[in-house]
Write a protein that binds this ligand. Structure first.
Ligand SMILES: Nc1ncnc2c1ncn2[C@@H]1O[C@H](COP(=O)(O)OP(=O)(O)OP(=O)(O)O)[C@@H](O)[C@H]1O
Ligand SMILES: [Mg+2]
Length: 227
């Protein structure tokens, strides 16, 4: 038995953390075992690597080494947290995952897509998200929510400039959804929290039903083989 691995992606203030809490409640009410986790970090080893990156100590090693360190952190997170939970049959909800690496580390970086794909292949070999919910909000709305969460204040010039970058990241997330339509579903995160939560719950319930249906089919096939 294997569980289901669901990642939440989208820009700052798009509602990922809010919706993970809501979905976890919904799934637990239905009797599922749910593990919630997040990146960067998610395991002690991954957190330690994150501190190395944030301290600036890895900067001298160059962007390639930094990308490799991020991949090492993800490998640890998978080995210690995500993989074992899926092996138990749990549902894993992860706040940001490899799509955020694609969008944040590789959008404006001199690193080539080949390196990104090689790192993905070596870290995500056995554990690839079954479903990715991309929360999509206009860049200014995400920024306004994040600003409000920080305690308000006027929008400054730097935030205005940052909005262009937010919009480019938003487009990058949407492009991923276009490239992997089986895995990714874009959810309109500008709707009220309850509406978004209901939409996500329906999407995930459908996937769980489909997975159960498939599992039953497989065991019927297997019993036919035994006979
Ligand atoms: N649908 C919504 N409508 C209105 N406000 C919302 C909605 N979703 C989230 N918020 C509020 O916006 C703020 C940001 O939400 P949240 O922290 O869930 O976003 P996030 O995607 O996790 O952001 P980050 O990437 O910065 O962690 C919070 O104060 C939250 O209460
Ligand atoms: Mg968050």
């Amino acid at each position: 038995m294997t569980g289901m691995f669901i990642t939440f992606e989208g820009g700052e203030g798009s509602g990922k953390t809010t919706q993970i809490v809501r979905l976890a409640e919904h799934l637990r009410r239905a009797g599922h075992n749910v593990v919630t986790t997040r990146e960067p970090g998610g395991s002690p080893g991954a957190d330690a690597i994150r501190h190395v990156i944030l301290s600036g100590a890895a900067e001298a090693l160059g962007p390639e080494m930094e990308a490799i360190l991020f991949a090492a952190a993800r490998a640890d997170h998978i080995a210690l947290v995500i993989g074992p939970a899926l092996a138990r049959g749990d549902i894993v909800l992860c706040d940001r995952f490899h799509d955020s690496t694609r969008v944040y580390q590789f959008l404006d970086s001199p690193l080539d897509r080949g390196l990104m794909q090689r790192l993905e292949r070596s870290t995500l070999d056995d554990v690839y998200p079954d479903l990715t919910l991309i929360l999509d909000v206009p860049a200014d709305l995400g920024a306004a929510r994040a600003r409000e969460r920080r305690g308000g204040g006027e929008i400054d010039r730097f935030e205005k400039e940052a909005e262009t970058l937010h919009e480019r990241r938003r487009q990058a997330f949407l492009k991923i959804a276009e490239e992997e339509p089986e895995r990714c579903i874009v959810v309109d995160g500008a709707q009220p929290i309850d509406t978004v939560a209901a939409e996500i719950a329906e999407i995930v319930d459908d996937r769980l039903d489909a997975a159960r249906f498939e599992a039953v089919g497989q065991s019927l096939d297997a019993s036919r083989l035994v006979r």
